[in-house]
Design a protein around this ligand. Sequence first.
Ligand SMILES: Cc1cc2nc3c(=O)[nH]c(=O)nc-3n(C[C@H](O)[C@H](O)[C@H](O)COP(=O)(O)OP(=O)(O)OC[C@H]3O[C@@H](n4cnc5c(N)ncnc54)[C@H](O)[C@@H]3O)c2cc1C
Length: 428
Amino acid sequence: MNGASLWRALDQGAAHRPALSGTEEAEIAIVGAGVAGLSLACELAAAGRSVCVIEADEPGSGALGASAGIVAPQLVRTTPNKVLARLGPEVGPGWLRLVGESGSHLFDLISALNIDCDARPQGFIAPARGVDAGARLEAIVQEWRPFRRDLTALDAADTAQMTGCRGYDAAILDASGGGVNPLRLAAGLAARSVEAGAQLFHHSRVGDLERVGERWRLHAGAGTLWAKQVVLCANGGNQSLHPALDSTVLPMRVHELSTSPVSQNLRASVLPGGQALTDLEPDIFSIRFAEGGRMITYYPVSGGATRAGVEKAVNRRLSQMLNAFEPIRIEHLWEGVAWMNSSLLPRIVALGPGLLAIQACNGRGIATNAIVGREISRMLLSDGRYRPTIAYESPNPIARVPFMRHVPDMMLRMARAVRQARTGLLGR
Ligand SMILES: Cc1cc2nc3c(=O)[nH]c(=O)nc-3n(C[C@H](O)[C@H](O)[C@H](O)COP(=O)(O)OP(=O)(O)OC[C@H]3O[C@@H](n4cnc5c(N)ncnc54)[C@H](O)[C@@H]3O)c2cc1C
């Protein structure tokens, strides 16, 4: 079930830009106009480099524009100590600092570039359940301490008051998170990169790229682009652009929905401080407010579900979750694909001379991919002298992809079934 997103409905239409045609040249080619590609383009163009961004559709057409717009500068299903153990003492600390800094970086960038995208830097809350939740989350905050000091562990009472939700035993409050309108963020970054001198081509899907002498040749539709350096920022689309990236990510279909504007009463009770929320439970619950007092929430929609069925199920879930529940109407229900790599950590992959890729989306990349874009720009601008905070990694193919590609969806469905069984609500 895939309708237009709230962001698309609020959108005035992307600025018209041409498709690639004929032969163009640039020093640096960026494939994909999501947050990774556009933040990189902004930095490079502002530094006076010759940059060309090639986008298959329009800016924000991928995961960015389908997202809930939650700025969550947090790790996904892992902890700082596990990241340190995985990445080692050379790379791990800088990497954690980068994630910790990513929310402030994004809001600072939005403000410095004067991008009108309904930025809400009021914070992000990650609540959890269980008798050990308080100790678990306090330990995570302590693990973060050497790298950032903007996290607070909340007890059950503070969590209930700050979220307006029932049943949580603790939470992490991340003061550097919040929310944005992701499509307007994309449009703003695209406009600023063009103003700074970047070329941006819409409706130009890069079909292949090849090394010819000291340069790369990219083909998109009827056009060709030559560049000394290429950065692949096409998210799941990277896979088809280089054989080493094939089978390195798995798709996860994610549905988001927005309600019609909710009552003042509901607005005042749920997230009264204006933060965004995504919990740490297997059956993820996520909620935030957007333009016009609309509520956005994630719901795992099964194949064959009707819109009326989804509305009923969402109301049932909200009635369990919210203290001041009032029935909601779904205004927009949309679907996107988040791409997961094996570590759930963003990576920079070096694929050969003058060819880099940013991977991956991991369902929480708005802040992190923006700062990874900045890291790559620093590397390219220093001609390799800048030592990146995030190290290059080798492509890491996932085994048995035909089976594994169903695993993220299966896990979401299983988590929902377990929750429904627990609450005695099996069936619709
Ligand atoms: C439904 C959903 C909800 C999400 N919610 C959140 C959230 O609330 N907070 C959060 O932090 N993250 C969220 N995420 C994840 C987040 O959206 C991504 O991590 C992030 O936007 C990825 O940015 P990106 O620039 O790497 O990729 P994308 O935004 O996917 O951009 C890649 C671009 O490349 C283009 N492209 C692809 N192939 C080609 C090609 N061959 N040639 C040219 N262009 C190409 C695509 O059209 C696209 O515009 C969500 C994801 C989904 C799907």
